[in-house]
Design a protein around this ligand. Structure first.
Ligand code: IMP
Length: 200
């Protein structure tokens, strides 16, 4: 069985990734806690690639076990790509999802161009202590529009109530989770990771 540490303790992400990779028989996805890793992983890079790499490397340096990390941002055209890599803390260091949504709505007030996309970058590091590790990146992107107010059935998280993906008339927070999980940025990045693992 191949052990792959996922640099997260976020239960939703782990469930989503385990489900997406479940058809690969010989892979076991292990969380940070299950791998016995404690402490805050630094996320101080100024790109999604940089943060994903920083998190995966933190794990690899401590375990010398194959591992991967993800980083996601919402990139809004009219705001020059903001909040981007700062999506989680757009409204400040300890802000809530609601604070971030309020700030985004305020910054887009009166703007006609509502185009935006979510982008997820996964960094996979493979290698053991005797060999130099190799690094691979997998990127998923979903394009859409930022709505002028919240649209939600209570599903989803983060910016979901404001994001309507192209070709759909529902926000991410209104659509069934199963549907979001087939078209989302994260799903597309995980699909590329899966294709790589199946062929490597
Ligand atoms: P992370 O890198 O996956 O932790 O994502 C960083 C931030 O991007 C989160 O705190 C959310 O604000 C936002 N985000 C990531 N994925 C999604 C999503 O699927 N829907 C809405 N917001 C998201």
């Amino acid at each position: 069985m191949r052990r792959l540490i996922f640099a997260t303790n976020n239960k939703h992400k782990v469930t989503e990734v385990r489900a997406a990779l479940s058809s690969i028989d010989d892979i076991e996805i292990v969380t940070l806690a299950e791998a016995g890793l404690e402490g805050e992983i630094p996320e101080t890079a100024d790109t999604l690639h940089g943060n994903a790499h920083q998190k995966a490397l933190w794990v690899w340096e401590r375990t010398h076990t194959d591992c991967f990390a993800d980083d996601t941002g919402l990139e809004v055209d009219a705001l020059g790509g903001a909040p981007g890599v700062y999506s989680a803390r757009y409204a400040g260091p300890h802000c809530s999802f609601d604070d971030n949504i309020d700030k985004l709505l305020a910054n887009l007030h009166g703007k006609e161009n509502r185009k935006a996309h979510f982008r997820t970058v996964i960094c996979l590091i493979e290698g053991h202590s005797q060999s130099l590790p190799t690094t691979h990146y997998f990127e998923g992107r979903v394009d859409g529009q930022i709505l002028t107010s919240r649209h939600s059935n209570g599903q989803g998280f983060g910016y979901d109530p404001l994001f309507m993906p192209d070709r759909f008339a529902l926000s991410f927070a209104e659509m069934p989770l199963q549907l979001k999980n087939t078209i989302s940025h994260r799903a597309l990045a995980v699909k590329k990771l899966k294709d790589y693992l199946l062929n490597s």
